[in-house]
Design a protein around this ligand. Structure first.
Ligand SMILES: Cc1cc2nc3c(=O)[nH]c(=O)nc-3n(C[C@H](O)[C@H](O)[C@H](O)COP(=O)(O)OP(=O)(O)OC[C@H]3O[C@@H](n4cnc5c(N)ncnc54)[C@H](O)[C@@H]3O)c2cc1C
Length: 440
């Protein structure tokens, strides 16, 4: 069986690693850019290891990476973010983030009575009996809830930080999605971990696996431009080659790009409901210092400004030189602008606000900057998981190929959805292959 995988990000590499582990498969991973990894691309600059997208893994002890570790024999280590150093800032005051019972006791974001009520909410989520799952959206639940304003704000803020979205959007996330997500996370013993050495620790091993099968090829700088079908085979045209023939095709790219490529094909009708889905975008401010400027906490989520700062090197010491420090600031963004000029000004204000936060918590930082990368429009998730948007199924009725990536149906959010949807796709293709063999 000859398989084409379009896209060499986390999803494409995961699917290829599973499929190439079967010796009787052959295939190509097409990647349009000069390097693999997609939004998880990792690079070195002045001794710092920078990811395009961060490498925090939520609930690693219940994560798809655990299956991949066993099934693909991956080797990696992770380190948990110190929960006692995870802070919320509200009205300019720092207080422990209510992540576990110890922090809930210590935090100032809730009063004593609210703390008891919030613990009750957590227990209901864990027991799978929380009303939230029956509500269309978080906003709908909050409007009907008799909880205090602080508890409501906390719910919205939790969803902002885990889904990387603005509070207005947090209220649009489906109640069932949130209940399911936090059921998993609240049961986790390791809620936030970093993979030591960044995403490259994972992607390098996936690439090695693919290269072990001599019948597999990784084609860099080779975007696929079109796809047609003839006599049950797929014909791909890339920028460099024409008329490449495959038995199976996997789209492992953001949903919007897949839809665009399939625009004038007969399969577009089935894709129509997924065409208008919007993505999640954030402003990212990565900054590396020549020395540890300050380390009062490892993560601070600013509830007033809707931003957070992670001291990535406080947990993953491998990403900065011995005495250095690497921070990542993220600002959740709104996307309702009347024109480009208004959007430009909004993003400029967010950048300045982020720098003002650095001034507050890392005084003197400007004198120690070694590396800096500001991305004003980074796509965190190809489909914002809110009510009204639809995640793309990995296989659609009437469409002969597969889809995977963080905009597809899968377990978890962000990178976990890329991994889990790709694993599902690879396993379906392999199961089908076994079935065909059994019947021939
Ligand atoms: C700022 C930021 C922070 C993040 N933080 C986290 C985090 O802490 N934890 C977490 O779990 N996730 C995080 N994420 C999300 C995570 O990075 C993504 O979910 C994941 O990388 C998506 O992988 P993917 O394979 O689905 O898509 P992509 O990485 O987008 O891969 C798609 C690939 O397809 C290629 N491609 C597109 N069109 C073509 C074509 N025509 N031909 C060939 N190739 C093509 C692209 O070049 C790309 O390499 C973050 C993302 C960002 C941006």
């Amino acid at each position: 069986m000859k398989i084409a995988i379009i896209g060499g990000g986390l999803a494409g590499l995961t699917a290829a690693a599973y499929l190439s582990s079967e010796s009787d498969t052959e295939g190509t991973v097409f990647e349009r850019s000069p390097q693999l990894g997609g939004r998880a691309f990792t690079y070195e600059k002045s001794g710092f290891t920078l990811n395009y997208g961060a490498h925090a893994v939520y609930g690693i002890d219940r994560h798809t990476l655990l299956h991949m570790e066993q099934e693909l024999n991956l080797k990696f280590q992770s380190k948990q973010v110190d929960k006692r150093k995870v802070m919320y800032a509200k009205h300019g005051q720092l207080t422990p983030a209510p992540l576990d019972f110890v922090n809930i006791v210590k935090t100032d974001v809730l009063t004593a009575t609210e703390k008891m009520k919030f613990v009750g909410e957590i227990a209901k989520i864990i027991g799978n009996i929380h009303q939230l799952k029956h509500h269309q959206t978080l906003g709908d639940y909050l409007d009907h809830s008799h909880a205090s304003a602080d508890i409501k704000e906390l719910w919205a803020h939790l969803v902002c930080s885990n889904f990387f979205i603005a509070p207005e959007d947090a209220r649009k996330v489906s109640g069932a999605v949130i209940a399911d997500y936090y059921h998993n996370l609240f049961l986790s013993q390791k809620p936030v971990n970093y993979i030591l050495g960044s995403w490259a620790t994972i992607t390098d091993q996936l690439i090695e696996k693919i290269n072990e099968n001599e019948h597999w090829e990784i084609a860099l700088k080779e975007p696929v431009e079109s796809i047609t079908m003839e006599d049950g085979k797929f014909i791909l045209n890339t920028k460099a080659r024409q008329q490449l023939v495959y038995d199976q095709v996997i789209f492992a790219m953001p949903v919007q790009q897949a839809v665009k490529m399939l625009e004038s094909t007969p399969w577009m009708t089935s894709l129509e409901p997924y065409k208008e889905s919007t993505s999640t975008e954030v402003l990212v401010y990565d900054i590396g210092f020549s020395k540890v400027v300050a380390r009062p906490f490892h993560y601070i989520s600013d509830m007033d400004n809707k931003m957070f700062i992670s001291d990535v090197s406080a947990t993953d010491y491998t990403v900065a030189p011995v005495h250095g420090q690497l921070l990542q600031g993220i600002a959740y963004l709104n996307d309702d602008f009347s024109d480009e000029e208004q959007k430009k000004q909004y993003l400029e204000q967010k950048t300045q606000r982020m720098e003002a936060l650095f001034d507050t918590y890392y005084p003197g930082w400007r004198d120690h900057v070694e590396v800096k990368r500001v991305s004003k429009k980074a796509m965190v998730s190809s489909v914002k998981n809110i009510h009204g948007n639809k995640l793309l199924p990995t296989h659609l009725q009437g469409v002969p190929f597969y889809f995977c990536g963080d905009g597809c149906v899968g377990k978890g959010e962000l990178a976990e959805r890329a991994f889990s949807s790709a694993r599902t796709v690879a396993q379906s293709i392999l199961a089908k292959k076994v079935n065909v063999k059994a019947h021939s």
